[in-house]
Write a protein of this length. Structure first.
Length: 331
């Protein structure tokens, strides 16, 4: 009976979306998407459930693989995409450089989501009671500028530690290669989002040493964003609003759609098997945050604070240099 009710609610949401877009003329939009993990699954939900069309959009979607988020941001800046959905740490770095040089920050985040994505996974047989046990170890990361590195550094700072004080070596490893690298002891652990940690556990390579709920404030911080060029958004505000609305619809469907359908989309997006995905989903919240302002405040006092501490962004970098709340106001 519960499944029937869920399916009925799912259909009602879909019908409501269709009604909301029926009178709209379709607008073209090119979307880049960081195909990294379950954290960005809102995009394939929107794509595979026809939510772009239901919001009056004709979307051309291009996937960007794990570890190449900086490439995705650069493609957005070049104009290869109109919208990019991925981790927002590179946006902060790029805009901060512009502000430092006295130029207008070129990119903007118009909606944010995916709170608490970072997991620390260590070798299965490695003693771990505290981050002090990581001294001299090698951790795999998808890139040296990864949002997971930023979040982990904030967590370490809350313990009066740094990666340098621990003598940690950060080694670039693609997300899909992390479990094999752990299994063959090429790395001692890794930082990544789901389902990579669950895959490592399922193949007997490692165990989760720290989950997002173990990391305090930074474990609640949004990690992904819908991003665009400021000048493009100013010329195409209705397209931006419709994209945000489609992602909002996808966020709602994540909570209500039948599990079987969600698993189908998750499998096609990640290539993981059902058991791994079922183990991973309890640790994942890929939805846009409902309170944009609160999400920005958490992000600013955690991840941006860590980046400012390390000199990755300048002190005078402000929220308005990175975010525009107006496009999400009518969600």
């Amino acid at each position: 009976m519960k499944l029937v009710k869920s399916a009925a609610l799912y259909m009602c949401l879909a019908i409501s979306s269709v009604a909301g877009a029926s009178a709209q003329d379709a607008l073209p939009v090119r979307i880049g998407w960081l195909k990294a993990s379950l954290t960005t699954i809102a995009q394939p939900i929107a794509e595979q459930e026809g939510l772009y069309a239901k919001r009056g959009l004709t979307a051309k979607v291009t996937a960007v693989t794990s570890g190449n988020n900086a490439t995705g941001i650069e493609s957005l800046l070049r104009g290869d995409y109109d919208i990019y959905f991925g981790a927002m740490s590179e946006l902060a770095r790029l805009n901060a450089v512009a502000v430092e040089q006295g130029a207008p920050p070129p990119l903007v985040a118009v909606a944010i989501g995916t709170p608490g994505a970072t997991h620390l996974v260590v070798q299965k047989d490695m003693p771990f009671k505290d981050v002090e046990d990581l001294r001299g170890k090698t951790l795999g990361v998808s890139s040296l500028g990864s949002i997971h590195v930023v979040m982990f550094r904030y967590y370490l700072a809350s313990r009066n530690l740094t990666t340098e004080k621990l003598g940690l070596k950060l080694l670039r490893v693609a997300g899909g290669d992390m479990p094999p690298a752990l299994l063959t002891k090429q790395i001692d652990g890794f930082l990544h989002s789901q389902p990579t940690p669950s895959i490592a556990v399922s193949v007997g390579a490692g165990r989760v040493a720290l989950a997002p709920n173990d990391m305090g404030d930074v474990g609640k911080s949004p990690t992904s964003a819908i991003m665009t060029k400021r000048d493009w958004a100013a010329k195409n505000p209705e397209t931006v609003r419709r994209v945000v609305a489609a992602f909002t619809d996808a966020s709602n469907l994540f909570s209500t759609m039948p599990k079987e359908r969600l698993m189908q989309i998750a499998q096609s997006a990640t290539g993981s098997d059902v058991k791994e995905l079922e183990n991973a989903l309890p640790y994942v919240d890929p939805r846009l945050v409902k309170d944009f302002r609160e999400g920005v405040e958490i992000y600013w006092r955690t991840e941006i604070a860590a980046m400012k501490e390390r000199g990755e962004v300048i002190d005078k970098f402000t929220q308005s240099d990175m975010f525009d709340l107006s496009y999400a106001a009518a969600r």
